[in-house]
Design a protein around this ligand. Structure first.
Ligand SMILES: Nc1ncnc2c1ncn2[C@@H]1O[C@H](COP(=O)(O)OP(=O)(O)O)[C@@H](O)[C@H]1O
Ligand SMILES: [Mg+2]
Length: 256
């Protein structure tokens, strides 16, 4: 299958700091990729490159097989790439329904908010994403739990037919039950053929729903495997001691 997004030999420097080095990465539609690695590994930089926020210092980006010759956040939005960051993206002092359409508000006569449209969008979206909990479309977002907020941000992307979601630590800080609900929601994106890059410092968070696990270490991709190839504990071990991969490959060399 053709990849939805493909990075080819992408590097990024900030002055003397090499944040990413020769990254190759392919993601197919409907695929959930767990992007893990220690602080400073380059995860956020990679996401920003995919979202068009930073241009790569070198290398190429392809979307649905087409090389992107100029790229910026506007083009990435047009392509259906949506970054969901923790703690941002919703306005606490506005209702659930207003947040659903934030930045894309339907208007009447060019200036008035089309509240009827907003209400029908919200109703459709809430039915589709089945967010757990007791709240109404007019409830203020500030009154919702962390998991419900996260569900709304992710749910919005379903409604707007996004094709690739970049989720930065989507369940960090959530309770066990809320984590479960958000993971179920992310899993349901798969049926809608949405691709997901799920960034986390804790591989256990993404392991249950991931198709693949990618480890970044000091700007390099050191592992990219179908998740079933390794137990989560082995992955944790590699993140802690990347050197063990070198031992493994020299073992293989000896066997040859
Ligand atoms: N805007 C920036 N300017 C300078 N250095 C940066 C910038 N963003 C990230 N870096 C550096 O790039 C490296 C990777 O950072 P980052 O992508 O944030 O890692 P992670 O998200 O995995 O913690 C770090 O050394 C960081 O200090
Ligand atoms: Mg980061």
């Amino acid at each position: 299958m053709e990849s939805l997004i493909k990075l080819e030999n992408v590097s990024k420097n900030f002055g003397m700091v090499q944040a990413l080095q020769n990254i190759d990465l392919k993601i197919s539609q409907g695929e959930i990729v767990g992007l893990v690695g220690d602080n400073g590994a380059g995860k956020s930089t990679l996401i920003k490159i995919i979202a068009g926020i930073f241009p790569p210092s070198s290398g190429n980006i392809y979307f649905a097989g087409k090389k992107l010759t100029s790229y910026n956040p506007h083009i990435s939005r047009e392509l259906g790439i949506q970054a969901v960051h923790q703690g941002v993206g919703l306005v606490d002092t506005m209702s659930v329904e207003r947040n659903m359409v934030l930045g894309e508000e339907p208007v009447r006569a060019k200036v008035f908010l089309n509240m009827r449209k907003i209400k029908s969008i919200t109703k459709e979206m809430l039915e589709e994403i089945d967010i757990k909990g007791n709240f109404k479309p007019w409830t203020l977002v500030g009154e919702l739990s962390g998991g419900q907020k996260q569900a709304i941000k992710i749910g919005r992307s379903i409604y707007y037919k996004e094709r690739l979601l970049l989720l930065d630590e989507p369940v960090t800080g959530l309770s066990v039950r809320e984590t479960y609900n958000v993971l179920e929601l992310i899993k349901s994106l798969k049926e809608k053929k949405v691709a997901v890059i799920f960034i986390t410092h804790d591989v256990h968070q993404v392991y249950p729903i991931a198709d693949r696990i990618v480890i970044l270490e000091r700007g390099r991709k050191i592992l990219d495997i179908p998740k079933c190839d390794k137990e989560p504990e082995e992955i944790v071990n590699i993140i802690r001691n990347p050197g063990i991969l070198e031992c493994k490959s020299s073992e293989n060399d000896n066997q040859r």
